[in-house]
Design a protein around this ligand. Structure first.
Ligand code: ZN
Length: 173
C-alpha cells in the first residue's frame, strides 16, 4: 500500500515552550527549526498538517498531576508563532495524553486517507508516546523523527524513544 502521510505537530504551545512557562520543556525551543523545516516541506508537497493541542478546562483533573497549563482559549494554549497553523490545516483539541482519546483525530486521518503519520512536538514520553501507542493499535505506521521531539527529562526522553523503536517498531526518521 502506498503511504499517504500526515505531519502531526503536538503541543508546541506557549505553555510548553516559553521560558518559565508552567510546563516548559527544556529542549522544546531547540526542536522548533527541525519541525519548521518539515512543516514547510509538508506545505510545499500538499501533505496534510494536523495539530493536536492540549485545551484543558480550568479545573481539568490533569491538574492534579501537572501544574495548570494550556487552558482552552488562554494565551498559553496558543501554538507558538513559528509553527502557527496555516489556512486549511487541522487543529484538534485534546485533554488527555493521547491525541486519539475522545478527539476527531482518527476520523480526520481516515477522511484524508492517511496511513502514515510523522509525529513531532512534545512531550516525548507523554503525549508523543501515548499518541504513538494509540496509532499503533489503530494500524497506522508512525515515524518519530528524533530531532523533532523533546522531553522534560533526558532519561524519560531516551526511554520513550526506545519504546517507540523497540516495542512499537516505528522509525526515528
Ligand atoms: Zn495537558
Amino acid at each position: 500500500m502506498t503511504d499517504r502521510t500526515a505531519l502531526i505537530i503536538c503541543d508546541m504551545l506557549e505553555d510548553f515552550t516559553a521560558p518559565g512557562a508552567p510546563l516548559e520543556v527544556p529542549d522544546a525551543r531547540a526542536i522548533v527549526p527541525a519541525i519548521r523545516e518539515r512543516l514547510e516541506q509538508a506545505r510545499q508537497d500538499g501533505t496534510p498538517v494536523i495539530y493536536i493541542n492540549d485545551a484543558h478546562a480550568p479545573d481539568d483533573s490533569e491538574f492534579s498531576i501537572w501544574p495548570p497549563h494550556a487552558v482552552a482559549d488562554s494565551p498559553g494554549a496558543q501554538v507558538i508563532e513559528e509553527l502557527a497553523p496555516g489556512p486549511g490545516e487541522h487543529v484538534i483539541s485534546k485533554t488527555r495524553y493521547s491525541g486519539f482519546y475522545d478527539t476527531k483525530l482518527d476520523a480526520t486521518l481516515q477522511d484524508l486517507g492517511v496511513n502514515h503519520i510523522v509525529l513531532t512536538g512534545v512531550v516525548s514520553n507523554i503525549c508523543i508516546m501515548y499518541t504513538a501507542v494509540d496509532a499503533h493499535q489503530r494500524g497506522y505506521r508512525v515515524s518519530v523523527p528524533e530531532d523533532c521531539v523533546a522531553g522534560l527529562d533526558p532519561d524519560d526522553h531516551a526511554f520513550a524513544l526506545r519504546q517507540i523503536t523497540d516495542v512499537l517498531k516505528f522509525a526515528q526518521t
